[in-house]
Design a protein around this ligand. Structure first.
Ligand code: PLP
Length: 433
């Protein structure tokens, strides 16, 4: 198998570093172990083409949004049409009515919606709504779960060692950036995920102060980690009986595990939910969805570009594509083919690995052959070194995987032949580990 050379990517990064902070537009655009990230020229369907002309089958998908693949025709023509009509009005439009109505039909918790541009902003608004509605201040979040980069969100999202996390029943709050105000963590309680007992004791102790529990219902950001059977139901029950709101962060899971998100897939309906990434197929849009009584409780947010007409048109076209009868069957079929193929290769090369999928999100971890339980479990058992090696080797043979996180996204444009080519690359990579 021929290995790619990427000299133009290196030159591009070296030049960028002179003018752009860190040489990348987001910390997620370059893995810490990479000397330089690959610069891309264009993308089509499941493929990206770099500045050296190399072709990649892509499982990162722009960090998740590209559920219809790169440059999808179904979006291109509506977006171009909207550009010709005007890209931004900051007024209501007919499309905004259609999208808002549609979202309330497909998302179980959505009696009403509100818009922002990013997941970070939408989660901040959900925090504010929960506090306004309950009259309480504290929010429970879970270790390893990322809800955005703002001061009170970027807490305990990662760790180098288990010891950094502190005692299981009283975890440390890890602050990740210089300049983050420590005081903003005062109203955040951090806990390990998937542990009903610990959540119940914490709620019992602090219920008069806790406004909300926020979680990814299928924890995609550090594992990915599946909820234990019955866990989501227990959290729903615990929050309901203690006048605490349950917020699902569906920034990743939304539209990917099912059209109505993880809440539709698992049949557990939160009070509020936040969606972003895949909702507009590659254009910036996020939504806060929830019960009318909560959404109208007097919390306010604003934003110049909220629900800009281009993103709204793209979201309507994305939903239209996702609603086509074979979409989720195809996504599931491709995920299953990939996961089954990886399992076979794991056996062939006697590798300790775990792989599974929910909808268009696949899991691949080394060093463990069972589902993960929480972020502490990741730190204790995942063989990150092998995973990173696989990511780097696969990239050099034309398959792009998400660094560190063991999460592979399938798009509607991935075909059985793409999956087979990917498995051929894995065969070669696993043989050479
Ligand atoms: C689960 C989750 N929530 C929130 C966010 C923040 O979204 P954004 O990057 O659009 O601000 C992310 C981003 O990766 C995420 O994965």
């Amino acid at each position: 198998m021929k290995q790619y050379l990427t000299p133009n990517s290196k030159v591009l990064y070296d030049e960028l570093k002179k003018y752009l902070l860190d040489g990348v537009a987001s910390s997620f655009h370059k893995a810490s172990y990479e000397d330089y990230p690959i610069g891309m020229a264009y993308g089509k369907g499941p493929r990206l083409y770099d500045v050296d002309g190399n072709e990649y089958i892509d499982y990162i998908q722009g960090l998740g949004p590209m559920i219809l693949g790169y440059s999808p025709e179904a979006l291109n023509h509506v977006v171009i049409d909207q550009i010709n009509k005007g890209s931004h009005f900051s007024t209501p439009t007919q499309d905004l009515l259609s999208l808002s109505k549609k979202l309330t039909e497909i998302i179980p918790c959505a009696e009403m919606v509100s818009y922002q541009n990013t997941g970070t902003e939408a989660n901040l608004f959900a925090f504010r709504m929960a506090r306004a509605y309950t009259g309480k201040d504290k929010i429970i979040k879970f270790e390893g779960q990322y809800h955005g980069w703002a001061d009170e969100q970027k807490l305990s999202i990662d760790a180098e060692h288990l010891s950094q996390l502190g005692a299981r029943n009283r975890p440390n709050k890890i602050i990740h950036s210089h300049g983050q105000l420590p005081i903003t963590s005062n109203d955040i309680i951090v806990l390990p995920w998937n542990d009903t007992e610990l959540l119940a004791t914490t709620i019992e102790r602090h219920k008069h102060e806790i406004a909300a529990v926020i979680m990814e219902p299928f924890m995609c950001d550090s594992g990915p980690i599946l909820p234990k059977p019955g866990y989501l139901q227990s959290v729903r029950e615990l929050t309901k009986t203690n006048d605490i709101l349950l917020i699902f962060d569906e920034v990743i899971t939304g539209f990917r595990v099912a059209l109505g998100g993880a809440q539709a897939h698992y049949g557990v309906v939160p009070d509020l939910a936040v969606f972003a990434k895949a909702i507009a197929g590659g254009y910036p849009l996020s939504i806060i969805a929830g019960k009318k009584e909560i959404m109208t409780c007097g919390a306010h947010a604003s934003g110049t570009f909220n629900a800009n007409p281009i993103s709204v048109a793209a979201a309507l076209a994305t939903i239209n594509e996702l609603e086509k009868p074979d979409t989720y069957d195809h996504l599931n079929e491709m995920s299953q083919m990939l996961v089954n193929g990886i399992k076979e290769l794991g056996k062939k090369y006697n590798l300790c690995l775990f792989t599974d999928y929910v909808g268009s999100i696949c899991i691949l971890e080394f060093g463990i052959d069972r589902p993960l339980i929480d972020f502490r479990d990741c730190l204790m058992h995942i063989d990150y070194e092998t995973y990173d090696k696989v990511v780097q080797m696969a990239k050099s043979y034309g398959v792009r995987l998400t660094p560190k996180r063991g999460r592979l996204y399938i798009s509607k444009t991935h075909t059985a032949s793409d999956i087979q080519k990917t498995l051929d690359v894995f065969d070669h990579v696993f043989a050479n580990l």
